[in-house]
Write a protein of this length. Structure first.
Length: 273
């Protein structure tokens, strides 16, 4: 159901303005959000993006918009289901809007020169995410890119987004990417066999929506590119090289440890508050 615009108090101390969007509804089963999904706006200017996110006719929205100068605008309450993910999948979940909080980061994106994200903007994104994590139970492995959950449709926030910077501040999941050395087998479009099956299985275990078929098809290519944009941005080509596979292996190995660290951080935050 479409809701009328209504004022509400900001839910984060970093919010500079509340600009209610009419585009939201109930979360499925009234569930609490357990994922943060990061996007870029992909429009030429932030003003146009804000108007679209708050326009009844657009049928899109997000909970927050972070401008280039670091100002944060809240448009939808965290308890509500914003319309930002579209058709998407992660770790068995198909209604990503119901389980996530969506953050739009103002950046023109790949269609409009794709500039770097300013440090002040990333500092604001980090602070916003840390607060969201404190208010909700969100595992590091569930701070994701739009391209992670919709790899054949989306490429945002893209390979320039500084995931390592967020990780250094306690947001998201990250390991140092394995170096690109040229060693090891290379898997690409058209390849078949056990090595492809093993790679697809590892991507599916991490959460990506991928069929474990043993055939390196176009969908597999899209998922590998999405993985590289997030976790091995030095080369984004959709080819599963040794660096890509070792980085994926290390992420899976560190996943349990990342959850433990996040739980301890939340406990500390509660004690300190």
């Amino acid at each position: 159901m479409i809701m009328l615009r209504r004022e509400f108090p900001a839910e984060s101390c970093v919010v500079a303005e509340v600009r209610p969007s009419p585009n939201h509804g109930e979360r499925k089963g009234n569930q609490r959000p357990d994922m943060i999904l990061l996007h870029y706006t992909g429009m030429q200017d932030a003003r146009g993006a804000l108007e679209r996110l708050c326009s009844l006719g657009s049928e899109v929205s997000a909970h927050y918009l972070v401008l280039e100068d670091g100002r944060v605008i809240q448009m939808v309450q965290e308890s509500r289901r914003a319309w930002h993910a579209g058709a998407a999948f992660w770790a068995g979940e198909t209604d990503i809007n119901s389980c996530s909080i969506g953050i739009e980061v103002a950046n023109p994106g790949h269609d409009y020169s794709y500039p770097d994200f300013p440090p002040r903007q990333i500092a604001a994104v980090t602070a916003l995410c840390r607060g969201i994590q404190t208010r909700n139970t969100i595992a590091p492995v569930r701070v994701l890119a739009h391209s992670d959950v919709a790899p054949s449709r989306k490429q945002d926030p893209g390979e320039k987004f500084p995931w390592r910077t967020l990780w250094d501040s306690g947001v998201g999941h990250w390991v140092t990417p394995a170096p690109i050395t040229g060693e090891g087998a290379v898997l690409s479009l058209g390849d078949r066999g056990d090595a492809v099956t093993e790679m697809q299985d590892a991507l599916a275990k991490y959460g990506y929506g991928i069929a474990v078929s043993g055939t390196f098809d176009s969908a597999t290519h899209d998922v590998v590119k999405a993985f590289q944009r997030h976790f091995r941005p030095e080369r984004v080509d959709g080819v599963s090289d040794h660096s890509t596979r070792i980085t994926l292996r290390d992420l899976i190995a560190q996943r349990g440890r990342a959850r433990t660290v996040a739980a301890r951080a939340r406990d500390f935050a509660r004690l300190a508050s």
